[in-house]
Ligand binder design. Sequence first.
Ligand SMILES: C[S@@+](CC[C@H](N)C(=O)[O-])C[C@H]1O[C@@H](n2cnc3c(N)ncnc32)[C@H](O)[C@@H]1O
Length: 307
Amino acid sequence: MSTVPNIVQYQGSKRLLAPQILRHMPQRFARLVEPFAGMASMTFAAASEKRCDAFWVNDLNAPLVDIVRMATEQPQQLLATYRCVWQAQFCWPDGHIAHFYHVRERFNNGEKTPEHMLYLIARCVKGAVRYGRDGQFNQSPDKRRHGTRPEKLEHNLRTIATLLGGRAQFSALDYREVLAACRPGDVVYMDPPYQGVCGTRDQRYLAGVDFDEFAAALETLNRRGVDFLVSYDGACGEKSYGRELPEVLDCSKVLLRAGLSTQALLLGKKEITREALYISHNIRRNLAMPQTLHPSPVQAELFGAAA
Ligand SMILES: C[S@@+](CC[C@H](N)C(=O)[O-])C[C@H]1O[C@@H](n2cnc3c(N)ncnc32)[C@H](O)[C@@H]1O
């Protein structure tokens, strides 16, 4: 696969797993829909492989979607405005850390522009977007980095505009509204917030997703003949995270190899982290995959880790 473009390092991004996930998608389909798009890694990956000619990028967090929209429709403008914000950190009277807090405050006070969002992601700790209970962006700056250089961004923005230009629609809706508008021929790739956190809210995101409501929404996709894939938690070493999606959905589950766990490495252990991918029965039938909700480790290797 050609190199997949990336706008900015974003925690939770599926960029590195994208080649493994693509193996479980049909070779060609009408439209890729990403209801929980984040930084839209799977959209970029599918577009790079020319799997389809139409894309729908959605995320409840509107400034995130605005970044991807601007990258696609007005890359030069996004680059120019980002460059302006990025360069200001070097001449800010109180230094670049104070500049980050200044931009964060402007963002939280209503200036939720794509360039502010992009700068905050590029400069914050681990590219990890965090919101407080009051809905305010509250992540701290990474004191050792200045964030993605505009020169580096430029190349990727150009590639994204070429790949998606004139082929993508954008929205900032709740995922249920998006699913209600999906149709047979679409492939819906879903990467909802991590469910291994209590309740329905994950502080990494603006909102959470209720497990039962999510499962019910998937059931309606099955009934309407819409193909889907879901990334949903996984396992590290012997330990599994998150609830299984209900068997009634009749999905296949494969475990993708996501790399060595940094948590375990800190404790001196070498453990492989695996991320679960659920594949709807229609896709599985067409790709002639075995029906298995709980694959053996061998099957998991076969499907997920052959890279
Ligand atoms: C794990 S991230 C997706 C990362 C993405 N796959 C990528 O590669 O960048 C989950 C996303 O779901 C979004 N989200 C949370 N609740 C949502 C909802 N109810 N409807 C739509 N999007 C939602 C969050 O804003 C977040 O960007």
